[in-house]
Design a protein around this ligand. Structure first.
Ligand code: URA
Length: 434
């Protein structure tokens, strides 16, 4: 087979066969297909689309590109959650120890930052010594002994996604329903879980800007999950402003720790709680919604979730003592203040994500290292009252991209005189599967 012919076939909008896709993907993993050819293929697929059958084949080839976990001898319900990505979306970090404390087993596999969005792996690497690339044996041990672990794609576990994910990140080929579906579902299906909840983001900080697009993506992943026998749930949630208060890497771990210590009641907490409750409901745990909520609150109040997080971090090589004491983000900061009285009507959350990349909290090139201590705090939510001089952002600055990021952030929000004209934001817009 000839890679150029396959690229041209997709470029011209034709459906590929399983063997053509296998040839291209396996060849890429083995280093026989160059980055430029895979980039051309991804762009052709991005522009011309993939059929449902091609998406299923792509997912399956990627899932089988490395080993697949088998936790059948581990007692308990194995679950996971995955988000399609956003700005300040740190849900996975507090959620995993909460789920473990509730009795679930959670072999979570996440990714690095993608496009303008942050990635759980980058965030966790703000913790000194934290190893997020767990071997098969290590993840197995974590799930068996503690109840869960934070892992990533490796050369042996979904290597196809590891390679494509970083290539898509720098070739403008992220926002594609089939490519996101195959990326997310290949990882999740290889985890050996029983049940999966998807948090599909929608809004200007998400890859899917509209509700209809987000629903198409959610339905695509949901049906692939069910095809492979998983108990599926999804939520479509808002990403038209930063989730919680912080966006960056170290500062998001800081906010996650606050949540686990019971010090946060904001939108982040509401979403974490809702996801845990839905997973319980889907898997027959708890008597009623109130009972499930009480259970989530209880594992936080009693410190179980916080202690579980520290145990997981320590088992993955993270320095827990330093984590408890050290600043996870730069204390040198700059405030951006409102220049008028009124109400916040809008955030350009995509721009906020781009400002974070300029600050080196994310990457423009795939080999770039990041500065985990840069980031920002957002003081306001859409609809909040502001007075002239009130801080909108506190920016934790490092050495890189100061001028660019501050300029972008200054133009990333709007203040209007009249509260009535502002569209009300619904955090959770839709739920399917329970
Ligand atoms: N998250 C993933 O794991 N993959 C994508 O393509 C997008 C979000």
């Amino acid at each position: 087979m000839n890679p150029v012919e396959i690229i041209k076939k997709k470029r011209d909008g034709n459906e590929l066969t399983e063997s053509e896709m296998e040839f291209l993907l396996k060849g890429y993993i083995e280093g026989k297909i160059a980055d430029y050819q895979m980039s051309a293929f991804l762009m052709a697929g991005f522009l011309k689309g993939f059929s449902d059958n091609e998406t299923k084949i792509l997912t399956e080839i990627m899932m089988k590109s490395g080993y697949i976990y088998d936790f059948s001898d581990v007692e308990g319900i194995k679950v996971d959650k995955h988000s399609t990505g956003g700005v300040g979306d740190k849900v996975s970090i507090p959620l995993l120890p909460i789920l473990v404390s509730l009795g679930f087993k959670v072999p979570m596999v996440s990714g690095r930052g993608l496009g303008h969005t942050g990635g759980t792996l980058d965030k966790l690497e703000s913790i000194e010594g934290m190893d997020v690339f767990l071997s098969k044996e290590k993840m197995y041990e974590m799930v068996k002994k503690i109840g869960g672990g934070f892992g990533g794609q490796t050369e042996n576990f979904v290597p196809a996604d590891k390679l494509l994910y970083s290539l898509r990140d720098v070739t403008g080929t992220v926002e594609s329903i089939p490519l996101i579906t195959s990326s997310i579902m290949s990882k999740k299906l290889a985890e050996g879980i029983d049940s999966l909840i998807l948090d599909v983001k929608c809004g200007n900080g998400a890859f899917m800007k509209s509700f209809d697009e987000a629903k198409k993506l959610a339905d695509s992943m949901f049906s692939i999950g069910e095809m492979f026998g998983k108990k599926m749930v999804y939520l479509i949630t808002d990403m038209s402003q930063v989730l919680g208060e912080y966006a960056g890497n170290g500062c998001e771990v800081y906010e996650s720790l606050k949540l686990l210590k019971g010090e946060t009641e904001n939108d982040l907490f509401k979403l974490v709680k809702a996801i845990a409750v839905l997973l319980m409901e889907k898997n027959g745990i708890g008597e009623s919604c109130e009972d499930r909520i009480a259970k989530v609150k209880d594992v936080i109040k009693k410190g179980y979730a916080y202690e579980t997080f520290l145990k997981i971090v320590s088992s993955q090589g993270g320095n827990v003592e330093k984590l408890k004491k050290e600043d996870l983000f730069y204390q040198k900061s700059v405030e951006i203040r409102s220049d008028k009285d009124g109400y916040i009507s809008y955030f350009d959350t995509y721009k906020i994500g781009i400002a974070l990349i300029y600050m080196n909290a994310g990457r423009f090139k795939k080999e770039e290292s990041i500065d985990h201590k840069t980031g920002l705090k957002v003081y306001k939510k859409i609809g909040d009252k502001v007075s002239k001089g009130d801080p909108i952002y506190e920016v934790f600055v490092g050495d890189k991209g100061y001028d660019e990021s501050i300029n972008i952030l200054k133009n990333s929000y709007k203040v209007v005189d009249n509260k009535e004209s502002i569209e009300k934001i619904e955090l959770i817009k839709y739920i399917k599967g329970v």
